[in-house]
Design a binder for this molecule. Structure first.
Ligand code: FNS
Length: 496
């Protein structure tokens, strides 16, 4: 012991399956018995047996994970970190190139739209982080269709409308919001930024935008809720655990802490096959997947490793139970056809999110905006349009995308990746700029459409015939036009 603390040498003696100690945030833990239960497999823990595992642990696990899930008897106490041998990191040419690009990255002001953040983030993010955020399922057709679908809808703007004063405010689940979009739930925020989801919390407060807190956040639920200010509104996104008592505790705690909506994710009974994420794990020098020596198939990437608790048995019969454990409005996130929206109304749900999980789940599922165009007329013909709030997410990159969804009848629009990329590349300043760019675009486009308030946004302002074109998959491209087209510039990296 050194000054009443464990030394690195003592911890290093416990470096095998038979006796496995790790160090996280300066404390030692005996995880020997936990090894077979680890959702991410044993190999990743054994890689750090007897060593400091903090860097690997941090982005994937909320800080209270060990307190919550590891028996106190296995908490071995503080380690004198001065005695811990820090491993010499082998030179990583890819990391050196990434750092060099960071040194040349464009100024924040060079980002003029949400896609600009994606261009920069791709160059400056760590490979595994980029892979996790950017990946979609299988061939990523749905992921790309999510954005492409908005280009099938055209506006029918009205003129000579007094649009001097633009009012973007709306209400979502009874909450007044300054703009009709929200930060949707996206897991593992610390893959992109060391502060993780609390960065999104701060920006959401700045712009009076609702934040949906992910079950699989890197930050703990309490950290994210503690980061909110004043009457800032947060919702909880829930992956339902096979152990319903764990789920009950999470829901009750979130309600006690002031969350104003429960969004139950229903499109992920199993997480989708995201090959960029899988591939980046496969090439991860630390994993032994090549040798096939891992006891859990880590070729499935981070997604599969963190989601084994999700209950594939979740069904409509569970809705009454959720209504019995919370007074929060209940919204089903990931609904993808009219029939299930009508069923949600009959089940007494307060809302649905028309979503395919950002194209990360079922490949060739239709985009949320296309489903929205089908759902709202079906609700209106039954007189049910006010019985349920309909949200949509997926592929939203411009305010015109938001306005098209509002015209079709959406209550609010969820945005995921753009805020992750803005955060990963430029931190809080990036997310603030992204939200401000959207606000500026919204104000201008509401003027140009001839709709000064959200209530003025109606289906009559749209031409949706393009959505009826089906999914030929091979869109005849305007080759001549494209060859003449001077593509938009993207932020440029400074010359070497
Ligand atoms: C980009 C992204 C999306 C995730 C997401 C993680 C990332 C990195 N994760 S995931 O790890 O399980 O796939 C979640 C999640 O935790 N829970 C959830 O309901 N949706 C999750 N989604 C889906 C998200 O809530 C939106 O449906 C989707 O991001 C909207 O599409 P855009 O990214 O194009 O805005």
């Amino acid at each position: 012991m050194s000054a009443g603390k464990l030394t690195g040498a003592v911890v290093a003696e416990h470096n095998s399956k038979d006796s496995c100690w790790i160090i996280v945030h300066g404390k030692a833990y005996d995880v020997t018995e936990f090894l077979p239960e680890h959702p991410g497999g044993q190999k990743i823990i054994l890689k750090y047996a007897g060593k400091d595992a903090t860097e690997e642990f941090e982005p994937i696990h909320p800080p209270d994970t060990l307190d919550k899930f590891l028996d106190p008897s296995k908490h071995l106490g503080a380690v004198d970190m001065a005695t811990v041998e820090q491993e010499e990191k082998a030179f990583d040419p890819e990391e050196a190139e990434r750092q060099e690009r960071i040194s040349r990255m464009p100024h924040l002001e060079a980002c003029y739209n949400l896609l600009d953040f994606e261009v920069v983030a791709r160059q400056v993010m760590k490979k595994t982080a980029w892979a996790y955020y950017s990946s979609g399922a299988d061939d990523e057709i749905t992921m790309r269709e999510n954005h492409a679908a908005f280009h099938k809808i055209w506006f029918r703007p009205r003129i000579l409308v007094d649009v001097e004063h633009i009012d973007m405010t709306t209400t979502m689940l009874g909450t007044k919001c300054s703009i009709p979009f929200y930060v949707t739930a996206t897991a593992l925020g610390k893959l992109g930024h060391p502060e993780g989801e609390v960065v999104l919390t701060k920006a959401a407060h700045e712009h009076n935008v609702v934040q949906m807190i992910p079950t699989l956040a890197s930050c703990s639920l309490d950290e994210i809720i503690d980061a909110k200010q004043g009457d800032q509104v947060q919702w909880l996104q829930l992956y339902v655990n096979k152990d319903r008592e764990i789920t009950r505790k999470i829901v009750e705690h979130a309600e006690e802490r002031g969350c104003k909506g429960l969004f139950i994710t229903v499109d992920a009974p199993q997480l989708g096959r995201r090959e960029k994420d899988m591939r980046s794990k496969f090439s991860d020098p630390g994993s032994n997947v090549q040798s096939g020596g891992d006891d859990i198939d880590r070729t499935q990437g981070a997604a599969r490793a963190i989601s084994s608790f999700i209950d594939p048995g979740l069904s409509w019969k569970d809705i009454p139970w959720f209504k019995s454990i919370t007074r929060m409005p209940i919204v089903l996130k990931g609904v993808q056809c009219v029939e299930d929206v009508l069923r949600a109304v009959e089940a007494g749900c307060d809302g649905v999110v028309l979503s395919n999980h950002g194209g990360r789940q079922l490949e060739t599922a239709r985009s949320g905006i296309e489903v929205l165009a089908e759902v709202m007329p079906a609700l209106r013909e039954r007189g049910w349009e006010n019985r349920i709030e309909v949200y949509v997410d997926g592929g939203v990159r411009r305010a015109t995308d938001i306005l098209k969804a509002l015209c079709l009848g959406a209550r609010g629009i969820g945005i995921g990746r753009p805020f992750l990329y803005a955060m990963s590349a430029y931190g809080l300043d990036g997310v603030n700029r992204a939200m401000q760019l959207l606000k500026d675009e919204m104000e201008m486009n509401m003027r140009l459409i001839g709709a000064p308030t959200v209530a003025d946004l109606s289906p009559s302002l749209l031409d949706t015939r393009g959505l009826l074109g089906g999914h030929s998959g091979v869109v005849p491209s305007d080759t001549l036009g494209l060859s003449a087209y001077d593509p938009l510039q993207v932020p440029r990296f400074n010359e070497k």
